[in-house]
Write a protein that binds this ligand. Sequence first.
Ligand SMILES: Nc1ncnc2c1ncn2[C@@H]1O[C@H](COP(=O)(O)OP(=O)(O)OP(=O)(O)O)[C@@H](O)[C@H]1O
Length: 258
Amino acid sequence: MNVSTPVLEISALTKHYGGVRALDGVSFAIAPGELLALIGPNGAGKSTCFNIVNGQLRPDAGEVRLKGRDITGLAPRRIARLGVGRTFQVASVFGSMTVRENVQMALIAARGQVFRLWAPAHRMAREEALALLQQTGMAAQAERPAATLAYGDVKRLELSMALAGDPGLLLMDEPTAGMSGEERQAMIALVRSLTRARDLAVLFTEHAMDVVFGHADRVVVLARGRLIANGSVEEVRNDPAVRAAYLGGVTPAASEAP
Ligand SMILES: Nc1ncnc2c1ncn2[C@@H]1O[C@H](COP(=O)(O)OP(=O)(O)OP(=O)(O)O)[C@@H](O)[C@H]1O
């Protein structure tokens, strides 16, 4: 068991939209080096949770702590600087720039500098960019324009860019969306190895259950804004409440609804 301070600790997070309880008293934590899947049926509250952690949304109640520090309600930029990286479902890379230049730009932006092709900082970041691309298996593609990459490689590039700020916590929004079965497995295996190598905590949402059950250290399940399970793959897979939520069965919360 890891006894160090959690990288992320969320406590009693609550967010309502009118009558919709997008999040209702959700609490969980992530340790360094842990790969934690956040799953749940559509509308369960996964995106709301991500958006609160990275500062895009303010919770109505509850707290977000990063390595023990209260970051609730801080601006996204500040939260990013404190070590929270994020990848999105739709990749955001510059197609006309090379893979290496995209990573250099991310490295320089992470330091609050401006990307200029002729500046010395650009040359310095070059070696770091190549080292990062080595870690994500993209070194051989470093000089290709990003626009010419296969889809799975665009996602690897995006991951490389998210690592540029040297985050302690990485939020990944459906990292394998749109990938074939083989690409999915390769991507999540890469993320898995990076968590170990960098002592990085990763919180990811995912609809592909082969990815979740094959690779996550732990799984947190939301349904209708409530946490209904938090445990190992085995525990969650065999949990009747989880099955009911996924099969569209009537959960206790749903049966109470008017
Ligand atoms: N800006 C908003 N205004 C009103 N309701 C919202 C808003 N954002 C989210 N919701 C509602 O909050 C609930 C949780 O939404 P959220 O997007 O967090 O779920 P999710 O688990 O990410 O879903 P999905 O898997 O479909 O992406 C849903 O009922 C959704 O309709």
